[in-house]
Design a protein around this ligand. Sequence first.
Ligand code: ADP
Ligand code: MG
Length: 306
Amino acid sequence: MFAIKVENLRKRFGNVVAVSNVSFSVEKGEVFGFLGPNGAGKTTTIRMLTGILTPDVGKVVIEGINLRENQIRAKMKMGVVPETGNVYIDLTAKQNLYLAGRFYGLPKNILEKKSEELLSTLGLHERRNDFVRTFSKGMKQRISIACAIIHNPQILFLDEPTEGLDVQSRRLILDIITDLNKKGSTIFLTTHNIEEANRLCERVCIINKGEIVAIDRPEKLRGTFDKTQSIEVSFDRSVNSDLFTSGFISKIEMYGDKLRLYTNDPDKTVKHIVALAEKKDLRIISMTICGASLEEAFVRLTGGEK
Ligand SMILES: Nc1ncnc2c1ncn2[C@@H]1O[C@H](COP(=O)(O)OP(=O)(O)O)[C@@H](O)[C@H]1O
Ligand SMILES: [Mg+2]
């Protein structure tokens, strides 16, 4: 059974088809990234998955529960961090958590314990009795996440959770997502940040103009267009690049004081460099294997838009 199963999802706003024919499944315990440029349809999709928006066509199944038929039961399984924060600024940090906890029907003793724990983990314990209106953007987002996970949801949905945040908040948020996932929760997050998707997600779905253009592991997506890798090496003295010419090296370039060798076979190339260095009595100062980038795949798949 999947944590999330989506079939043929479609949503139109007037003449704009925001999402068309979107189908995918997310396994239990997976960190699944929904990556796409602005206006691609990420927010529209996540809103349909969390029951905020009704799709024109299509089916959403959450932990085996059909969202349309049994909305409340499905919603109890999820935590949601929307694109625009959903915290109450006229309540204190603690009051926000209590409100969320009561919404999910948590007993008072568990709610107390869980709030204390989350406020500490998120570095907000000292500010627990302050009104959220006095908080920075990053602090508000931390409260938003705390409210979303107070009931230990089986699936956490986050819409661009770290967008425009300070480094400290960003780190805390990424840590708490990773931690929740380690404890078994499935994570579904949208982002237009390629590095973030690469770092967090086991699988990434790339969406462009409302349509899915690829779903795969980041490592595989990287290699979709460019199988060539390069090896950058520097020695203790200058060498003539012709020295390294070989059948499995397609191109050699000088990069400052380094040589860059392009190849489809990094294993052979590295061994070749080491052997030559040994023979010519060259000391290797540094050597790096550079892979094809996920950014390249993303730009190609989304038609040059970023
Ligand atoms: N409530 C709405 N009314 C009209 N158009 C909308 C609405 N929500 C989204 N759209 C349009 O749908 C498309 C996808 O938007 P969205 O899902 O917000 O993209 P993303 O989150 O990937 O940036 C955009 O063209 C956007 O302008
Ligand atoms: Mg969005």
